[in-house]
Ligand binder design. Structure first.
Ligand code: SF4
Length: 200
């Protein structure tokens, strides 16, 4: 099989160019995140953890969940958690249902950094506002399908998207949420839903 980085091959195949384009976007994400972490003297994953804690419910704020969320090992996440604890940016609470586990939350100082950093990816979002509604809908649909396929292929772990939710139905060409008791237009499909219930 020819490499998608082989230019002669890449320039003949749209799938290869899409993957390379996604790589460029992920590079922009990486650079912006790196700049944000440097400003706060933290690592990129430490900034991502703080932002995650800011916007997600407490049952998701545990080492095992964070490891799966960021596709990292538990020891790697634990190392970051130790540093965030030492810096006084997070605190931990025992889990009454599991003595080996604990929940993490932000301290006042951690919340301040998380809130200040939460818009680091805005320069990627901003150009999208000039896309037409149809272009945005097509892009979102394609990306959701790609992410779902990568998740099914075991390449990326946790996804709280409609396609993996027990409340999601697709009938006669229509997306439907049984929890919201509502049809979902293509541009309403969620990628990170607080009400997501993993389909068994
Ligand atoms: S609960 Fe959320 S993720 Fe599940 S189908 Fe409804 S909107 Fe989508």
């Amino acid at each position: 099989m020819k490499s998608l980085f082989d230019l002669a091959h890449q320039n003949k195949k749209i799938e290869s160019r899409i993957v390379v384009a996604l790589e460029r976007v992920s590079e922009a994400f990486r650079v912006l995140l790196w700049n944000e972490s440097k400003e706060n003297a933290l690592s990129p994953i430490q900034i991502q953890i703080l932002i995650f804690l800011l916007f997600h419910s407490s049952e998701k704020c545990k080492i095992s969940y964070l490891a799966a969320e960021f596709n990292m090992t538990k020891p790697t996440i634990s190392d970051s958690i130790k540093i965030l604890l030492q810096r006084g940016l997070i605190k931990k609470f025992d889990d009454p249902t599991d003595t080996r586990s604990y929940t993490i939350s932000l301290t006042h100082a951690g919340k301040k950094i998380a809130e200040g950093s939460a818009n680091f990816a805005f320069p990627i979002e901003k150009p999208l506002s000039s896309f037409s509604g149809e272009q945005k809908e097509m892009l979102l649909s394609g990306l959701l399908k790609l992410i779902h396929d990568l998740n099914r292929g075991g390449i990326i772990t946790i996804q709280r998207m409609c396609f993996t939710c027990a409340n999601y139905r697709f009938e006669k060409g229509t997306h439907y949420c049984e929890l919201l008791k509502s049809r979902l237009a293509n541009n309403e499909l969620r990628l990170d839903c607080p009400e997501h219930k993993t389909a068994i």
